[in-house]
Design a binder for this molecule. Structure first.
Ligand code: ZN
Length: 506
């Protein structure tokens, strides 16, 4: 549980952040997991690269597709059986025997850390023919489609930079499309189970980018700030849906199309000092709530919040570090007390790109249940800090004649300039958690939480369950529930990373 605290006028510690030094070294990351899409939903399937081949572990294949894998050491092969039908894999030849027919694979199976790994092509080429449902591997878009699902391919091109700028999106096979116009963008919602996106890296003219939308099944055409009215007209022909988009420049007298409230007008001069944006997601701080003499909420069955938060934090760290190669720090990794300011300081000093505080909740009514995601609501002082945030950078001379930018911000208002990103984060977290655990009737909420005001990065606080609800208290200790919360947050982190990359300033 986390009580809302008025954050105003509490402390005025100053923190100086060296932003130009904040670009950390690039890390080598494992391949983006494949997204398996089936009638049952989506799940991520990890793969590894070895000698240029993308490999999947056979034990993952066994659990995903309900097949039985056996190693036949005498014959030097592996058998994969599904409902009495069998694939035999040779352990030293790049091939498999499927129902007595030989199919080629890019490489033979390899053994690594006690697991057998096979090239991902094994799935459509060898497993597909003996499986009940179609297995469609679309490697460029990282999709593994199982069953007869509608996953149209969406491509886009800029036809003329203009103005007016003209672009065409093609959806194949033809699918119903709804077009909406939001602040600075046109959003296409395609009726489909999922989208297979082949979008250009760059925009052109008045279109800055065409990319996946924030919601599944959507594509966003992001407009330049000097863009005016945009029109989009879908039409079907030859089994393909084409959406013609035309973007006119902003009329000099008219206001730009619904600018976001905090953004300066399009014709305002650029701020005097350029602040280097912090790109991507390199470091995450996870904050297990409470600890030591502060147990947090205690359920009727004796379950303590401080223990659940630490257990889930550790699971989450393992999941994120192993699959994404992102550095994860815990504010505490043992049962000890830690002040809210110390927790925020750990996040700020490690220059984390994301801060997640884990809690479990309490309610006076026992039936209240479900997970909730909190992000910061600014009070008036916070709103002023947000407006001021753009100009609070100072340029200082350094040795050698260069200058570098230092941002000086009040510790207790550090979150102010991240509120919009944190609101997006909260939405993504809510969706991630919803796929795995029960949500409360008000799953996303804003509050003035002291732990969030002090962190200088996108941040959210997650109340995983109500320990005052007997069912939820029992669940909270279970492997299934803790694993579900960790998986939901992990999937949200993955999506939030894409969100950050898409919203990176040019
Ligand atoms: Zn708490």
């Amino acid at each position: 549980m986390m009580r809302a605290v008025r954050g105003s006028a509490s402390r005025s510690l100053l923190v100086a952040l060296l932003l130009l030094g904040a670009l950390l070294q690039a890390q080598s990351t494992p391949p983006t997991p494949l997204t398996l899409i089936s009638r049952e939903g989506r799940r991520l399937v990890p793969t590894t690269m070895s000698s240029g081949q993308e490999l999947i572990a056979l034990d993952d294949v066994a659990s995903l597709f309900q097949v039985v894998v056996r190693e036949d050491t005498l014959a030097g092969g592996l058998t994969i059986t599904y409902r009495g039908r069998t694939v035999v894999l040779s352990t030293n030849q790049p091939m498999a025997s499927v129902n007595g027919r030989i199919v080629a694979l890019p490489s033979p199976p390899t053994r690594s850390g006690g697991r057998w790994l096979v090239p991902v092509e094994f799935l459509p080429r060898a497993l597909g023919p003996i499986y009940d449902e179609r297995i469609d591997l679309r490697r460029p878009s990282r999709l593994l489609i199982v069953g007869d699902l509608r996953v149209p391919r969406v491509t886009a091109r800029i036809d003329a930079p203009g103005p007016p700028t003209r672009a065409t999106l093609e959806i194949a096979p033809a699918s119903p499309v709804t077009v909406t116009t939001e602040a600075g963008r046109v959003v296409l919602r395609v009726e489909a189970d999922a989208l297979d996106l082949g979008l250009p890296a760059d925009g052109g003219g008045l279109i800055s980018q065409i990319r996946a939308g924030d919601q599944p099944g959507t594509v966003a055409v992001v407009l330049e700030s000097r863009a005016g009215v945009a029109r989009a007209v879908p039409a079907d022909a030859n089994g393909v849906t084409r959406v013609a988009i035309e973007v006119a420049p902003a009329a000099t007298a008219a206001a730009p199309l619904s600018p976001p409230p905090a953004a300066p007008p399009a014709d305002a001069p650029a701020p005097p000092i350029a602040v280097t944006p912090r790109a991507g997601l390199l470091t995450i701080v996870i904050d297990p709530g409470h600890g030591g003499g502060d147990p947090g909420v205690r359920g009727a069955g004796g379950t303590e919040e401080k223990q659940i938060t630490l257990e889930v934090a550790r699971r989450l760290r393992t999941l994120i570090e192993m699959r994404l190669g992102i550095r994860v720090l815990l504010t505490r990794n043992e049962d000890r007390a830690l002040s809210l300011d110390d927790r925020a300081a750990i996040a700020n000093n490690s220059k984390a790109d994301l801060f997640l505080s884990l809690h479990a909740n309490a309610a006076p009514v026992a039936r209240v249940a479900g997970a909730e995601v909190f992000h910061l609501r600014l009070d008036r002082e916070g709103e002023e800090a947000r407006r001021a945030a753009e100009t609070e950078a100072v340029s200082l001379p350094v040795l050698g004649g260069a200058r570098r930018t230092i941002e000086v911000i009040r510790w207790d208002l550090a979150q102010a300039r991240h509120v919009d990103t944190s609101a997006a984060l909260a939405t993504i977290l809510e969706e991630g958690l919803r796929a795995h655990v029960a949500m409360s009737v008000r799953p996303r909420r804003q509050a003035q939480l002291r732990i969030l005001t002090g962190v200088d990065m996108p941040a959210a606080l997650i109340e995983m369950a109500y320990l005052t609800n007997a069912d939820q208290e029992r669940q909270a200790r279970s492997d299934a529930f803790q694993g579900g919360v960790a998986q939901g947050i992990y999937e949200a982190v993955l999506r939030f990373r894409s969100y950050l990359e898409e919203h990176r300033e040019p």
